[in-house]
Design a protein around this ligand. Structure first.
Ligand SMILES: C[S@@+](CC[C@H](N)C(=O)[O-])C[C@H]1O[C@@H](n2cnc3c(N)ncnc32)[C@H](O)[C@@H]1O
Length: 242
């Protein structure tokens, strides 16, 4: 019998995880407050994964209309199941987050904007923003004076990483201004890596060679994070078009 493809092994690891990247509901609350998102807002969760933040938005904003989009069918199905109790006001669809229609009061994009690029995404989303609309996104950020361990983590995970000045530059290049910045360090990463560690342990005993290779890769990533957890950061940015 043939083994899993690399994509299938990846999706097996990620099945049933609560989220697919670092994040915390408190940070989402902070972003909504900085953005001044109204109670009845139209919100898009762009690159929603399995819908961790879509669910938080649906619970915390009971009068909001929420669209969520992701390109991977397995994540879309998982997110649809999670938000089914909220009915029509929360919709999850498979699609390309680069092509949003709107109009949205807030486009929320946790750990996914790097797939498109900050400037490219902000430019593409501008026509989808309602008057007064905001974008909140998280992006890997190199902290000042990184240790060897922090450099090793990012050179394996995201060699294109910049410091905060580099993120601000890319926001400005797109014609946006920064309303707020918040560093996600520690808890947001534990929310991602701890459930993944449990998933790896549960899959390991019966893993095929392809799945075992995916588990090894994920384990190595977690080990690199553990070597520098207070230095590995996402910058959470709330921005508005000029
Ligand atoms: C690191 S995960 C973050 C998922 C989720 N926001 C979270 O924090 O758990 C990035 C997600 O972006 C999605 N993605 C990447 N490029 C995309 C695109 N062009 N359109 C829609 N989704 C995309 C991936 O499928 C993946 O689910």
């Amino acid at each position: 019998m043939s083994d899993l493809t690399e994509d299938e092994a990846f999706l097996t690891l990620y099945a049933d995880l609560a989220r697919e990247g670092p994040g915390a509901s408190a940070d989402l609350g902070w972003a909504l407050s900085v953005a001044g998102t109204p109670a009845t807002a139209r919100i898009c969760d762009a690159g929603c994964g399995s819908g961790a933040d879509t669910l938080t938005l649906a619970k915390d904003r009971p009068q909001a209309w929420i669209d969520a989009v992701d390109k991977i069918a397995q994540f879309v199905e998982a997110a649809q199941k999670r938000v089914a109790p909220f009915g029509d006001r929360v919709q999850v669809r498979q699609g390309d987050m680069a092509a949003l229609n709107g109009p949205y009061d807030l486009i929320w994009c946790a750990g996914a904007i790097y797939f498109i690029g900050i400037s490219q995404a902000l430019k593409a989303w501008r026509p989808a923003l309602a008057t007064g609309g905001r974008v909140a996104f998280s992006e890997p950020c190199m902290l000042p004076r990184p240790s060897q361990a922090a450099r090793a983590f990012w050179s394996a995970e995201y060699p294109q990483i910049t410091d905060m000045a580099g993120i601000r530059d890319r926001v400005a290049q797109a014609g946006y201004r920064v309303l707020g910045e918040n560093m996600q360090i520690g808890a947001a990463w534990e929310n991602y890596y701890m459930p993944m560690e449990r998933r790896i342990a549960s899959l390991r005993p019966s893993a095929s060679p392809a799945l075992a290779a995916a588990l090894d890769t994920a384990e190595a990533e977690i080990a690199r994070w553990r070597a520098a957890p207070s230095e590995i950061a996402y910058a959470l940015m709330v921005v508005a078009p000029e």
